[in-house]
Design a protein around this ligand. Structure first.
Ligand code: ATR
Length: 289
């Protein structure tokens, strides 16, 4: 393997990491080290607590540390987007980077894989396809932006957004004003019962966060509901959607699937999201033993 020319190439150890601040609750080391071990690859995935003031230095250092790449979590996803050499279309559209590939010449490619993870999770769980879908989404923050961009790319015909702060929903509508609409806040029964996919991309119902307050109307047969929150696994939104007849897909699969493209780029093979991996990640609060 060739790496940056100003140091000896690391030939037999594959190395990647996650950076964030704080970093102790990240699940990424569990996921990637599970895959490295399962595939018998000689590598290690670590975690670095990088303060915002050290982020640019870390980015400079990454090629010389022998990192094949790294994941990026809170609070660095936007800042890294302005520090990478280049971005994938998904990252450029989302305005954030959660996966960085360090190329052999030391340049960096930033990707955003949350939208991919979102769609792969739905496909894995229900074979749900975005083509011509009508989607109703609560929330319009950073995570919602990646998901809306991926749904548009995958051919959704209509995405209706209801968000507490109308201006943020309006900003997301600009991704494609012909297919994205805004709806009143709080959401009305019509908001839910016309869609084929319901998404909670807000923090409502997150452990320790604000409460989800609504029941849902009776839903059309075949409606799928999913939540970006995975703690708790069965969120109040998913409980309400299940009671109204939806097929529910929890958010843990999105976390696992969004990790796969980075692993493939750094370590050379596409890993699988298995029940064993789900159990491992569910059992542990963070990556520390
Ligand atoms: P993330 O990166 O997870 O998307 P975010 O960008 O902070 O985080 O977005 C959080 C989302 O949850 C937003 O849609 C936010 O609504 P606002 O745009 O009005 O802030 C929504 N949210 C958070 N707390 C909320 C509350 N108490 N009531 C309604 N919506 C809430």
């Amino acid at each position: 393997m060739e790496r940056a020319s100003n140091r000896e190439p690391m030939q037999d150890v594959l190395s990647a990491a996650v950076i964030g601040h704080p970093i102790r609750h990240s699940k990424s080391p569990l996921i990637h080290n599970f895959w490295l071990k399962n595939h018998g690859l000689p590598g290690l995935y670590s975690a670095f607590d990088v303060a915002p003031s050290d982020l640019a230095s870390f980015m400079d250092l990454a090629p010389r540390l022998g990192l094949a790449g790294f994941n990026v979590t809170i609070p660095h996803k936007e800042a890294v987007a302005s520090l990478v050499s280049e971005m994938t279309p998904a990252a450029a559209q989302a305005g954030v980077v959660n996966t960085v590939v360090v190329r052999p010449d030391g340049s960096t490619l930033g990707d955003s894989t949350d939208g991919f993870g979102f769609l792969a999770n739905l496909d894995d769980a229900t074979q749900w396809s975005a083509a011509d879908a009508h989607v109703a989404m609560i929330g319009a923050g950073g995570a919602a932006r990646s998901v809306v961009a991926a749904l548009l790319d995958a051919g959704a015909s209509k995405i209706v957004l209801s968000n507490r702060t109308a201006a943020k929903a309006e900003a997301l509508r600009m991704l494609d004003p012909a297919r994205v609409e805004t709806a009143p806040w709080p959401p009305t029964p019509e908001f839910f019962d016309r869609a084929s996919l319901l998404v909670n991309a807000s923090s409502l119902g997150m452990a320790g966060g604000p409460d989800w307050r609504w029941e849902l109307p009776k839903l059309q047969p075949g409606t799928v509901a999913t939540d970006l929150i995975y703690a708790p696994l069965e969120t109040p939104f998913l409980k309400a959607a299940a009671a109204s007849g939806a097929r529910c897909v929890d958010g843990l699969g999105m976390l696992l699937h969004q990790a796969a493209p980075g692993f493939e780029q750094w370590f050379g093979l596409r890993p699988e999201v298995t029940g064993e991996l789900r159990e491992l990640v569910l059992d542990r609060k963070g990556w520390l033993p």
